[in-house]
Design a protein. Structure first.
Lengths: 281, 281
């Protein structure tokens, strides 16, 4: 099978590496707006060839994977769908789903589209960030699959299986709510924490001398690219605002307990939060 | 050299393992309020013997390391100092320093005390959590060393050197401010994030199905023990409230930008937070 990957960065590149290795595809055409990304991806042997036109690439491909930030995705998706024939399977890997699925709803080729979101990534971006086995044992969410043609869905499910991923089906509304809670808010807190400490560093130069594993752990996501994350916050604004509100409330509650020196209630809150142990390994 | 370690948990236990391995000491007496910890530490060969009285242990030890939560430390430190002779070196490993150093200020044996804080740990506790090499290549902060006797300081510096730790000198006021920013706030955000998501799980059972590395990274510190952390927040209350205030402000600013759909400023904020790359490896 020949696949086209639009966007040869962290996710697209890592998918390309795994799909080739696991024998899902035998030829990968890369498409990327950034010429340097395309060159780099070829140098790194992530893709077999690079072309500039998605339309040309589609003519020779069965599977088309759109691995670009969600705002760019919303822009190109209509024309990709217009060009899709019954031989094509179009799959995205976007981190938000409602807007994307609204956009393709009712499109005559809607059945050729499979909405996917691999729950894996790192704080790095670009083809150099692409790594082998990024997706192994991770979760792939497929959204609103009832609107995809059975054979198109099978192509994606087969890929997920060969990549040794865990499959989860969900509707787009649930997906966007859940990712706000277990992914998007983590990035916001990291960005905010980095800003808080960087601000303080201006007066207190030596502040990072003491930084250790705990700090790094909570702040590493703050290295993430705004090109990817601003569109996510934009297209999941409603849910992100909800969780952000709740998170600020939790912090304000803790602040108030400290102000009132109510350490007993603070202790109980921490005990409650310790229940996260049952979730994390 | 014979050492007594009071508190045979994560930090005390890991220190015991490393000090023995690196030849800093050849016999370790463990003291722990919890009989089961003492037994476990002996089973795991972290300590050579366990005794219940600090006074007895001190009579046979040169180095006494106090590795217990800061509130318990403040309680026992006066009597430990009273029992100290010129042959003793008393060292703590507490995460806050101002209150501890205020307590010993002016004590006739003040010179025998060295205030230390190893910037290393994990979210786990107890003797089972003790690990080899926890401190290798990590930072050891020594506070207000001008008030320690030269020979006592040398014993600790020699240990730090043999443990292959990086040495940083700081006064207690700076220490408590800096740790609020690069350690204590990370724990508060993790506790709050865990609570936010655990609350949501009650309505949305499947929410953790999508959790991946990013979520785990920002929330893992929420597994930390309230026995250790409530006393830290209590004894560094002033600084923790300051940084918590600033962090809440940063989050509120982001919330407002999202509400106003000012994605351009949001983008710039993320770019600014990306400067954390220069700090983290």
């Amino acid at each position: 099978m020949v696949a086209t990957i639009v966007g040869t960065g962290l996710i697209g590149g890592s998918l390309a590496i795994s799909m080739k290795e696991k024998g899902v595809v035998n030829w990968i055409i890369g498409v990327d707006q950034r010429e340097e990304n395309l060159q780099k991806a070829q140098e790194l042997k992530i893709i077999d060839e690079g072309v500039s036109s998605i339309k040309d690439a589609m003519q020779r491909s069965k599977l088309i994977i759109l691995a670009i930030p969600v705002d760019a995705l919303l822009q190109i998706l209509p024309s990709v769908m217009d060009n899709a024939g019954p031989e094509h399977v179009i799959m995205d890997v976007g981190s938000t789903k409602e807007k994307i699925l609204q956009l393709v709803a009712g499109h005559p080729n809607r059945g050729r589209f499979v909405a996917a979101h691999p729950m894996a990534g790192t704080e790095y971006s670009g083809p150099e960030a692409a790594i082998k086995n990024l997706f192994t044992q991770k979760t792939m969410v497929l959204c609103d699959v009832k609107n995809s043609d059975e054979d198109a869905l099978e192509v994606v499910e087969n890929m997920v299986d060969k990549l040794q991923m865990r499959l989860v089906y969900m509707n787009a509304v649930e997906h966007d709510l859940h990712t706000a809670y277990i992914s998007h808010i983590s990035h916001i807190t990291s960005f905010a924490l980095a800003l808080t400490v960087l601000e303080k560093e201006k007066e207190q130069g030596r502040i990072f001398e003491l930084a250790s594993g705990g700090f790094e752990s909570t702040v590493r996501l703050a290295k993430s690219s705004p090109d990817m994350w601003v569109p996510i916050f934009k297209h999941n604004r409603h849910n992100v605002l909800d969780v952000l509100d709740e998170h600020i409330n939790q912090l304000q509650q803790m602040k108030q307990l400290l102000e009132n020196e109510d350490y007993e209630t603070f202790y109980k809150l921490i005990q409650k939060s310790n229940k996260i142990r049952k979730i994390l390994k």
